[in-house]
Design a binder for this molecule. Sequence first.
Ligand code: SAH
Length: 257
Amino acid sequence: MSNENKSIHEFDFSLICEYFASVDRQGPGSPEVTIKALSFIDNLTNESHIADIGCGTGGQTMVLAQHTSGTITAIDLFPLYIDRLNENAGRLNLQNRVKGIVGSMDNLPFWDEELDLIWSEGAIYNIGFERGLNEWRKHLKTGGYIAVTEASWFTDERPIEIDEFWKDAYLEIDTIPSKVAQLQKAGYMPVSTFILPENCWTEHFYVKQEAMQKIFWEKYAGNKTAEDLVANQRHEALLYSKYKEYYGYVFYIGKKI
Ligand code: SAH
């Protein structure tokens, strides 16, 4: 298999961090979509405690904070991202309500039934959709919400090239009805699902990486890992433009019952 087809997870993480720390988002999404998903959540007050899991540098965390009034604990595995997130919170004067901490989604630092809302954009795949839904549920109060984005198939069948790409990248990718059934089985009432529009992948994600790709080419000329990372991202962007009718990210919003 060529390097272009390798999953990003096989590359050197510190280079990935440097690359992605330079952009607002580390996954597809947009402020508009975060606000739309938030419109389905009706239990929030000044007292609410929200967790943003796999927050990256906090693109969506800041939008959440600006459209809610409670406190947000944002968690990511990578200290560089958390430093950026806390700087961004300070710059926006949100430091009293937004706290970025280093931690892992497979061992969350919350009490049982502590949270009113669990948010996670483009990150639950790191432990798997079903496992995340099941393991995180205990931290939610009854009546609390979960809102996550997850890679999903839009059709029952698809061309082999994109099928193989995703089987290598994330075996748990599945159709929207299957994902909704998993949400329900994990003990949530399915409240809403919607497909993220194309600009979440293009304008807000792949296009934003182009400047860093140029910098990486020059700074790390001859470094195979860096070159592979850039080639991999470009390949992913190309696949998206070719096969966007077949897959994308979907917001899944559920209520703990
Ligand atoms: N929510 C952000 C980042 C999505 S990228 C956005 O939409 O822009 C996925 C994020 O998950 C990365 O920031 C990565 O560092 C983080 N991550 C990966 N494994 C993790 C783990 N085990 N625990 C917490 N965060 C993790």
